[in-house]
Design a protein around this ligand. Structure first.
Ligand SMILES: [Zn+2]
Length: 446
């Protein structure tokens, strides 16, 4: 490890190039972290996991000898190096070399031959709308990448949207050239597709089978779309089969046409604005959260033009998914509580401080516990009163002297158990100690 660092340092000292600036440097680190599963495609970094793995990767002694220990501070140096808001902060070059080494990169690679990992390669990407004239032509210029959920966890999901309204998702990364013509799911078919389908539906010379082949879906799916688009049933032509009322009913309430949704949501947003002329953007969002969310995903430019300007002096704090965290943390608190109780050696009190030390998220626990009701409940249930803790110490001390085969004096017992405190004088505690001493005497004198 030291040899590798020395080689990197030597290269760096001889290099006369211009190092990438803060944002570009972070981008490169983020990209390397992405390939190690330590970052999200939305740009965020899994700081806690990163710290944990760094600790496993480097021995404490090595870090200490390089004056780069990762302590229990809330912002250890690797996190500070990667925080967006601390990019101008200067860190010792050695720490950068430590991070690069951990990310399996040499300084030379990092600074001069860095190659960005792109799970969907470079654009433009093809439109996969079989109803469009530009089918499979490379005309989509942007691809939004997010993290997959559930069975696609850890994998990138690309959202590709063409101007014709056809939008699809693909789970990556792409392995072969042909993957570019594949999609997992259509998010919206769009106006071009819907227009083509509508006219083909009412054309009796086209059979459903042919149309299905043309649009690359099974005939039943076609029927579903016809119901969704409220097209006439049964379709004209001698092969048409009647469709049961039940099927029609079941699919009538599916998604609106995409264009329809656009219009409805825009109208809703404008109505909310009209009714609340003085409301800030934030207030409007709280009045119509889903509409805002929908428009921000599908129609962001229109939304920007039709919203009060954001108050720049008051940036929105990063949103925390409290509900999820609450679930996670409360579970963790319960686990930690039993872990602390079971820890070998001298008993450790299950205190708020001890739990926070192991759990992290100090500021949340100290300042935002009202947003974490389950966690608050788990905490208050697992705290150990001083008195109970003393009882536990008395039991442990008894075991300790049994192990030593030594019958202690009261003073020795008190010292070992840590009961020479004010609370240790409580009647119940004294009683427990006396009982323990009697048991020890009986047991060890025979
Ligand atoms: Zn298209």
């Amino acid at each position: 490890m030291l040899l590798k660092m020395a080689q990197d340092a030597k290269w760096l000292l001889n290099w006369r190039g211009l190092p990438p600036a803060g944002a570009e440097r972070r981008h490169r680190y983020h990209n390397l972290l992405l390939t190690s599963g330590l970052a999200y495609y939305n740009g965020r970094i899994r700081h806690e996991e990163l710290i944990k793995q760094l600790r496993d990767f480097y021995s404490g002694d090595l870090l200490k000898s390089l004056q780069s220990e990762i302590g229990n501070q809330s912002q250890p140096w690797p996190s500070r190096m990667l925080r967006q808001d601390r990019l101008s902060e200067i860190q010792p070059p050695l720490r950068h070399l430590l991070l690069m080494t951990f990310l399996e990169s040499t300084a030379e690679q990092f600074f001069t031959t860095f190659e960005e990992y792109k799970p969907f390669a470079d654009g433009p990407w093809p439109c996969l709308n079989p109803a469009a004239k530009h089918f499979q032509e490379n005309i989509i210029n942007t691809c939004r990448i997010t993290n997959g959920h559930k069975r696609n966890k850890g994998r990138p999901v690309g959202l590709f949207g063409c101007d014709c309204g056809f939008r699809y998702l693909r789970v990556g990364p792409d392995r072969y050239e042909r993957d570019r013509l594949r999609f997992e799911k259509v998010i919206s078919y769009g106006a071009v597709w819907e227009r083509f389908f509508t006219s083909a539906w009412s054309d009796p010379s086209i059979t459903l089978t042919d149309l299905g082949q043309r649009l690359n879906v099974i005939p039943f799916t076609l029927r579903r779309h016809a119901i969704r688009l409220r097209l006439p049933f049964p379709r004209p032509g001698r092969w048409s089969r009647p469709t049961s009322e039940e099927v029609i009913k079941a699919y009538s309430n599916t998604l609106q046409t995409f264009q329809g949704s656009f219009e409805d949501r825009r109208a809703h947003w404008l109505t909310v604005r009209r009714q609340n002329p003085k409301a800030s953007r934030k207030q409007l969002i709280s009045l119509a959260p889903y509409t805002y969310y929908w428009l921000s995903r599908h129609d962001v430019e229109w939304l920007r033009q039709n919203s009060p300007s954001a108050l720049m002096s008051n940036p929105e704090p990063p949103r925390v998914d409290w509900k999820n965290w609450d679930l996670l943390l409360s579970k963790e608190v319960r686990l930690l509580s039993s872990e602390i109780r079971k820890s070998p050696g001298k008993p450790i009190r299950v205190s708020k401080e001890e739990i926070i030390r192991r759990l992290g998220h100090r500021s949340w626990i100290e300042l935002s516990l009202d947003k974490l009701p389950e966690t608050a409940c788990a905490l208050s249930n697992c705290f150990e009163s001083r008195e109970n803790f003393l009882f536990r110490r008395v039991c442990w001390t008894e075991e300790y002297f049994i192990g030593k085969q030594h019958c202690p004096t009261l003073h020795q017992f008190d010292v070992r158990a840590g009961t020479r405190t004010k609370l240790g004088d409580a009647r119940q505690v004294r009683k427990a100690i006396e009982a323990a001493l009697t048991r020890l005497e009986n047991r060890l004198s025979t």
